[in-house]
Design a protein around this ligand. Sequence first.
Ligand code: BYC
Ligand code: FE
Ligand code: FE
Length: 469
Amino acid sequence: MSISYAERIPNNVNLTDNRVLQRALEHWQPRFLGWWRDMGPTDFNGADVYLRTATSVDAQGWATYGSVKMPDYRWGIFLADRYPERKIGFGDFRGQPAWEQVPGEHRSTLRRLIVTQGDTEPASVEQQRLLGHTCPSLYDLRSLFQVNVEEGRHLWAMVYLLHAYFGRDGREEAEALLERHSGNRDNPRILNTFNEPVEDWLSFFCFTYFTDRDGKYQLKCLAESGFDPLARTCRFMLTEEAYHMSVGMLGLGRVVKRTADVMKEIGSEKPEAVRRSGAIDLPTLQRYLNFWFTSSLDLFGSEVSSNAATTFANGIKGRPDEMTAFEDHDIRDASFNLDSPKGREDVPMRNALNEVVREAYIRDCEVGLRLWNRILAKSGSKSEIRLPSPRFNRTVGVWAGQPVDPAGAVLSAEDWARQKQAWLPSDTDRAFVKSLMKRVVDPGKVAGWIAPPERGIGGHPPDYEYVRL
Ligand code: BYC
Ligand code: FE
Ligand code: FE
């Protein structure tokens, strides 16, 4: 399908053929830009940034690279190619043609899912809006802005669906996506993690590693949807998502590398000694991982969920890789053995799907841990970092509020209250990490708490001037 890149809103959805929709989006566009100016990385709107822009859905070359001022970024609407004669792949309507329009009976459910997905995208930009001031290098500053503009495009993707398929209430929801704000007391973002502050780069790397990865899994589920425009939109969003997670993976790897180098240099792993040398000690890193991992686990919803059962039954939300990773696409009679505070219990599989998705997510999270531990081992350290038990520090689901340590052992309420501090970032940890966050913007220079990147972007070397301030 051709891309009308010359239009005000680059797209491959034949926007010019639908004047009503085009006008609705052109009306929303200045509001989006107003939001970007107020709530985005405001102080960097004049900078020239070396950015990738999605310009097509061609697997061979879907993006172009070049220097852009962020407010001039061409946020476009791109849907992955249609599978001809696509059928609903799971649930009670399996085998029926996929929907090109929203079925009336599923309208409010689909709207809620699209709004929830859409809400996270601008939320993350808001959370990260001040990080540019403390970037550890120009390379990292560019990564931040790349992630930010693409989350902006993901917002466009959901707003397109709302405008195109949900009429007036869709347009109202699109407005509301710009009115809720991360951490706002009166009008916060919908999901908890997106109201947590991201005020230092260690949090940013944890967020892109753990929270963007929730995005990957939720998008994979929605990419299976019987509502074909949603499925195609999410399939294309996943191509951009891979980069966001790599920012987290490589960023945390460089933090570990620097810490490992410092520990070797000073011949000590003592937190105070590592801190005195300007690196992030492993226990602090572990506490940050504990926090962002468990907060992101909550994003999958309750282990036992009638919402999950209903959206699966109705062909609205599948499992990740539904069509390739599973044989049984009905699972009406299957059950799932769930770990709960009352012991193990069997629950109907359809009701346990949030947990099924969460388990796939956890396995995916392990990959980085293995890599980072290899960095530590290679430099001669005996220490390891690990993912805490999914029972630990939960605020959603059967383990919510349970006193459990990171190894998964149930404690007394007193023990939990007393030891919690040792497992989650304390005010002192946060103050220390913040004290390291000093802006470094000479091309090729990198802050002392993180190792330099091994490779550059787009064929450029790491010391390329990725951002001209
Ligand atoms: N915080 O049956 P339950 C991304 C609500 S990230 C607050 O347990 P369900 C990105 C829930 O909404 C991907 N509320 O769960 C990453 C429900 O409320 P209602 C975002 C929560 O419905 C980085 C009630 O509790 N996309 O893209 O099966 C940067 C009972 O829910 C939370 C999506 O999430 C929470 N943590 O599943 C940028 C996909 N958890 O409806 C972007 C769309 C649950 O009773 N969303 N609740 O009022 C969904 O599929 C589902 O809404 C959820 C929840 C998976 C979130
Ligand atoms: Fe996104
Ligand atoms: Fe993302």
